[in-house]
Design a protein around this ligand. Structure first.
Ligand code: SF4
Ligand code: SF4
Length: 445
């Protein structure tokens, strides 16, 4: 076929010769783009150039999915905070479902409108789905929180949520990639909308939001995401390992089984989100907080007083916290389903899994040498309830663990026992076994 004779090719060539030069602009006005985003349904938008240092660690992923990426469009989508401020979590979950759906539809609309202007654009999923085959490693393509902060759309609060100056914590975030450059880009907000009231600290059932600014990701994840990701995997494990229906029912209540049905049929559910609900940051919420402190405190108390099941890993800081701060709540001991599938992943996951209060009084340096299929080395220092992990062997070790990498990951997955691994010398320890125990206490699984 002669391409020149094809109607589509002729249409394209005709359009290119008649298209005004203004349409071919390679640099777009950010005000125009912001207007386009708002008209498409976003509540706010900001822009970041792909060369910015703060987003450098995302670029491998972002360029892989969209190689001509030049600018990030970051969008904000408001949540109805009344739907969050209720102890009926079904109402909150519905609000999230609708917000994610709207945010994805808006992002898609923005991408199409840009394409009508001859600009290529790709909308990254808001929330889920993610690149799930990477589990348990980083599955998301874009770090929407970092992008939003860089785009001047908010700053991180004590609750580790991006707080928008108008809408506060009550938002979901989106990212759209585009091949157009803008005439200027946004920069981070000069002030933090967080008013440091610490209501998020007081309401968190698992103590994940520390009064000193520390955030225990894994405790939040274990409870709030009980029906998702690792929590879901743990539930499947319980089904498979149950000896009988009776045995299953001793491990999983009927309500929890039905809750999994709801999660699968309606969409991903969460169990908490209280740190978002109580947050008074942002112009939309601050009036209620300033004018009616008593009413605000009453609503926070309702959440604290709610009788509910809180999911914790046995021996975790979360378990100790809920038992001492919220004795009326029912503690359910579960696995969070996080299982490192390689030695490198094990070392990488330690700062996230670390339970600092379990490290009380422990000051030691641990060396790890992994052999066999996967060879790598790492140093873990735990001092004053702070953990640092470094590549290779650094400094003098109080305990040196040498392990066959495959045996180690099987041991972490509870598929291989430690006594057998020690006897067969697949795992060798140089130093006090007490230190090994103290180390394990910091990472309950
Ligand atoms: S979602 Fe719940 S568990 Fe997680 S940090 Fe917020 S209050 Fe704590
Ligand atoms: S609840 Fe208070 S301390 Fe926590 S993030 Fe919001 S404003 Fe900041």
């Amino acid at each position: 076929m002669n391409l020149d004779d094809h109607p589509t090719v002729q249409w394209y060539r005709q359009r290119e010769t008649t298209r005004p030069d203004s349409d071919r602009s390679t640099r777009l006005d950010p005000q125009l783009l912001r207007r386009l985003c708002i008209e498409a349904g976003a509540d706010d938008a900001g822009f970041v150039e792909t060369k910015r240092f703060a987003i450098a660690d995302q670029m491998t992923d972002l360029m892989a999915v969209f190689p001509t990426n030049r600018s990030l469009i970051c969008t904000v989508h408001r949540l109805n905070h009344e739907n969050l401020r209720t102890i009926a979590h079904s109402v909150t979950n519905l609000e999230f479902q609708q917000a994610w759906k709207n945010a994805n539809q808006t992002a898609r609309t923005i991408a199409f409108r840009l394409q009508e202007l001859g600009i290529r654009a790709l909308n990254v999923p808001v929330g889920f789905p993610m690149e799930i085959d990477r589990w348990p490693d980083r599955m998301w393509l874009s770090c929407d929180k970092i992008n939003a902060i860089e785009a001047g759309l908010g700053r991180m609060g004590w609750n580790r949520l991006v707080l928008h100056p108008r809408f506060g914590a009550n938002i979901v975030l989106g990212t759209i990639l585009t091949d157009v450059e803008l005439t200027s880009y946004d920069t981070p907000l000069e002030f933090n909308p967080c008013v440091e009231c610490k209501l998020c600290v007081s309401v968190c059932p698992v103590g994940a939001v520390g009064a000193d600014g520390y955030f225990d990701f894994v405790s939040c994840y274990t409870h709030n995401y009980r029906e998702r990701l690792g929590g879901f995997a743990d539930w499947v494990g319980k089904i498979v390992s149950s000896h009988s229906l009776k045995d299953y029912r001793t491990r999983v209540t009927d309500s929890e089984t039905v809750s999994m049905w709801q999660n699968l049929s309606i969409g991903g559910q969460t169990r908490c989100d209280r740190c978002m609900a109580v947050c008074p940051a942002g112009q939309a919420q601050i009036g209620g907080f300033l004018e009616d402190r008593k009413g605000f405190a009453g609503f926070v108390k309702k959440m604290q007083d709610k009788e509910e099941t809180v999911y914790v890993v046995p021996g975790s800081d979360a378990e100790a916290h809920v038992k001492s701060r919220f004795p009326h709540k029912k503690v359910k001991r579960v696995s969070n389903g996080l299982r490192p599938n390689s030695a490198a992943m094990f070392l990488k996951s330690l700062p996230i899994a670390f339970q600092r209060h379990q490290a009380e009084g422990l000051n030691a340096t641990f060396h790890f040498t992994f052999t066999g299929e996967e060879k790598c080395k790492g140093t873990v220092i735990i001092r004053d309830k702070i953990i640092t992990v470094q590549d290779d062997l650094v400094g003098a070790a109080d305990l040196h663990i040498t392990a066959d990498s495959r045996t180690w990951t099987s041991f972490l997955a509870k598929e291989a026992g430690l006594p057998w691994a020690l006897i067969s010398r697949r795992i060798r320890i140089k130093g006090s076994p007490k230190l090994m125990k103290a180390f394990a206490r910091c990472f309950p699984a």
